[in-house]
Design a protein around this ligand. Sequence first.
Ligand code: HEC
Ligand code: HEC
Ligand code: HEC
Ligand code: HEC
Ligand code: HEC
Ligand code: HEC
Length: 385
Amino acid sequence: MTGRLPALLDKNISLLYLNNMPRRAADQEIAMKKPLICLLAILFAIGIQSPARAKIRGNCSNCHTMHNSQGGLPMAYEINESLSGYTSDQSPNPSLLVTNCIGCHSSTGSSVIENGVPIVFNMGAAPANYLAAGNFCWVRNDDAKGHNVLGISPIDSNLTSAPGNPWNCANSCHISLAVRQTAIDALGSGCEGCHLNVKHHADKGTGTKYVNAFPWYRFLSGHMSGENHGVEGIEDEDRQYTYSPTDHNEYQGMEGDYTSPAGFYNLGNTMTAFCCGCHGNFHIEQDSGSWIRHPSDASIPNSGEYAAAFGESHIYNPLVPVARPASFSWTGGPSPTVTIGTDMVMCLSCHRAHGSPYYKMMRWDYMNWPENGYDGCGTCHTSKN
Ligand code: HEC
Ligand code: HEC
Ligand code: HEC
Ligand code: HEC
Ligand code: HEC
Ligand code: HEC
């Protein structure tokens, strides 16, 4: 099943036709691998209408239910309590959806793209090849391997707030993403604590594309001082299910003041600003000129050991991504090279956003190197490997 829709998307066609929900008794487990199981893609010849667009289309009833009732039985489903499959859901969902975020974006199998749905939580075996943000499967058994998020894991047993949280905001997502937040009613919780403005029907263009406006890169935006801001970047079409130096996301960065906390208000529409919306103090990186925390959004100097970063030819490495300045050629697609002197190290150079198989959501096994693991640090610190 994996790979079928991306192949279609290559042809600029993104028409999702998912089959109707099966009817189930209220308390019966939905044993199917995934309720949205069948995909029929209808091919529109390019030219019949305006170019095919990458917004969700297809039979509304694949994803929406008008009354959450058919033949007297609920249509909606959700992940079950033991996180091993799906169960019927008596209560209707917002936007009249057949399920919630996790219901659609999860799988009992180990594929990470199913019927065109990007999977971020595999309940069964861990996926061998996860998407760019990583996966929530590892945080289930180890708090330090991911963000603890509502519906997947309880509150982190070690962290009572987002480390580096500079704001006083009780009962909010800055304290925990694993409980329903009550600080600002209008904002969501869990997944929506980060994906603040989810707009599946927005037309963000097609294929791999530059996104620089609402609803922003992967629906990542801010609120309060971050209002009207969001992450800018190039969204890789299959979210790095496949990746290479020429096939990857691009993230915007911005060099700022290294002595103050950061957020969208002072670090532009960058990924680091987004992370710092909750981990703001981690952007206090310098004290009278020397680094006191690893910099994020500091350019890689074209001198010393850094001059040979990413090898003599400076080939982009999707395992250790860099952020690009505003002057980058954003409409030219992903670049296969790193520009030493202007491109920056950032939060996602070292971390996965959702979770990873490694301690502290690292992108590589930092803790076990050099015995095992990999030295991603050596990509930039070329004389330390
Ligand atoms: C009914 C199923 C369904 C539900 C419910 C759902 N999604 Fe999605 N989501 C999808 C599909 C399908 C796509 C892929 C769309 C595409 O390729 O254009 C997607 C894409 C995404 C993306 C990637 C967007 C991008 O630009 O690449 C994010 C982030 C996301 N969803 C988050 C969420 C969150 C958060 C929720 C809950 C508020 C949610 N989704 C609820 C089906 C769903
Ligand atoms: C801590 C913030 C955070 C939380 C919580 C979060 N996400 Fe994400 N998500 C991100 C970021 C950042 C990205 C983009 C990662 C990248 O491009 O490297 C992303 C990417 C995605 C994508 C695109 C696939 C990918 O790997 O790029 C989907 C789909 C998605 N998220 C869905 C969800 C769902 C569903 C939940 C809840 C179970 C969730 N997210 C919770 C921050 C978050
Ligand atoms: C592949 C799944 C999918 C299909 C098919 C789909 N939707 Fe949606 N729709 C969603 C998701 C997920 C949301 C809620 C989150 C959001 O707005 O992104 C949503 C939200 C909405 C909303 C409220 C938000 C808004 O943008 O106005 C409306 C109205 C809506 N859908 C109508 C429709 C109609 C009408 C159809 C059929 C032509 C349809 N949808 C087909 C997934 C789908
Ligand atoms: C909406 C708030 C929020 C945002 C945005 C956010 N985080 Fe977090 N983060 C938290 C909270 C709360 C915790 C502590 C509980 C936990 O681990 O989930 C945390 C914990 C972490 C941890 C430690 C994990 C552990 O359990 O030991 C890392 C690493 C991390 N975040 C990195 C990031 C990165 C990188 C980004 C940007 C992609 C980001 N965070 C964005 C709220 C956030
Ligand atoms: C050079 C790699 C690197 C970069 C860049 C980086 N981190 Fe980390 N981060 C780590 C490592 C390694 C750890 C494990 C603890 C340690 O070594 O201090 C960690 C730990 C964390 C923790 C957990 C702290 C705790 O108390 O458990 C959070 C939260 C975090 N990072 C967030 C971020 C954010 C947000 C950014 C961007 C502003 C960022 N990191 C940039 C490597 C990095
Ligand atoms: C994408 C490139 C990149 C990666 C990956 C990276 N760093 Fe760095 N690191 C930098 C840059 C850029 C600086 C700041 C250089 C300067 O002084 O301008 C820096 C600074 C440092 C410093 C402070 C050096 C000083 O002069 O005070 C240390 C220590 C360090 N990094 C360790 C690490 C470790 C450990 C890892 C892996 C967990 C890592 N770095 C990964 C780019 C990187």
